[in-house]
Design a binder for this molecule. Structure first.
Ligand code: SAM
Length: 303
């Protein structure tokens, strides 16, 4: 349980370590099912989830998941001290961490992920925890629209914007504006004007024209150009098919969010441990005019 000044997030607890023969049997069944996923799709690469009976997707939990805690903090700060009935979309959800953990705390969640290997792991965790209000959909985030996915109080866009090319990233900002009734939380890299080091091997700072607008940023190479689509699919954290993506400068990202229609943009600097001018990874929270009401107060769209 995590307590906050503004409220309380109570996670549906996974089953405890087994003490009975029945519990041991269930644990063995869970371990065998997890092993079958690993055999077919490889081991979990990032998202550590407690599936119950002391079975974890990655490793026994040593400390609380700091990133989940951070999202809970942001959601609480923006009025979601309870997640019950709140509709949340988790874009490019990888192994389903946010979709699953927020559903465990009462939200109705949808995770969209394009790679089958990641989708199957997210679905496995969702099923192991019996989360009926968590859907994992295999799709390309570039297909996001309200017509296809309905509307959401909150959209989480973590680790995907900087894997898209222009103008796909601009279209995604517009689609997020379309599907959210309230806010979008974006965790993304930005292109710094002055690169003291270049660990990501980014290109020069450039200005790119699109339509009647221009955008500042740097290109990032996702894959060597000779890679086949199969090679790209095996790279489980990368773009789907674009050989390079575009990282906006912070200013261009702000401009693009406002162009997409968002009313305000905030930054969350919870763990800024280096000078802000040297930090290239940030949490942006973009809000929409909230007079449109909560997605959770409307009838869900039938798919
Ligand atoms: C860096 S990981 C971030 C994962 C997760 N959102 C997080 O923050 O931990 C990028 C994810 O985006 C997925 N992805 C890349 N391009 C995508 C696309 N066009 N549509 C859907 N998912 C995509 C990848 O398969 C991978 O799971």
């Amino acid at each position: 349980m995590i307590e906050r000044a503004g409220g309380m997030f109570r996670a549906k607890p996974p089953c405890k370590a087994p003490t009975t023969r029945n519990g041991m049997r269930r644990r063995d069944g869970l371990l065998a099912a997890k092993e079958a996923i690993v055999q077919r799709f490889g081991p979990w690469t990032a998202h550590n989830l407690h599936l119950g009976y002391d079975v974890f997707t990655v490793q026994p939990e040593e400390e609380k998941n700091a990133l989940v805690e951070r999202y809970l903090r942001i959601l609480s700060d923006f009025g979601y001290s309870s997640l019950r009935g709140v509709r949340i979309l988790d874009l490019a959800c990888l192994e389903g961490l946010y979709a699953v953990e927020l559903a465990r705390r009462g939200a109705t969640t949808v995770g969209i992920e394009v790679r089958e290997a990641n989708v199957m792991k997210a679905v496995f965790a969702r099923n192991a925890l019996g989360l009926k209000r968590c859907s994992i959909v295999q799709d390309d985030v570039r297909n996001l629209s309200a017509g296809k996915f309905g509307s959401f109080d909150v959209v989480i866009c973590s680790g995907i914007l900087y894997h898209l090319a222009l103008p796909d990233s601009l279209r995604l900002l517009e689609a997020m504006y379309e599907v959210t009734t309230h806010l979008v939380v974006i965790n993304t890299h930005v292109a710094l004007g002055n690169l003291k080091e270049n660990p990501h091997d980014l290109g020069e700072l450039v200005t790119v024209e699109h339509g009647d607008k221009s955008y500042r940023g740097r290109y990032y190479r996702e894959f060597p150009s000779e890679w086949s689509q199969e090679d790209k699919l095996r790279h489980l954290w990368a773009a789907l098919d674009n050989d390079q993506s575009f990282w906006f400068t912070r200013q261009s990202l702000y401009d693009s969010l406002f162009q997409s229609g968002f009313a305000a943009v905030y930054e969350n600097l919870l763990d800024l441990h280096i000078p802000i001018e040297d930090s290239d990874r940030h949490f942006f929270i973009a809000t929409k005019d909230s007079s449109r009401g909560r997605a959770s107060q409307r009838e869900p769209r039938q798919k």
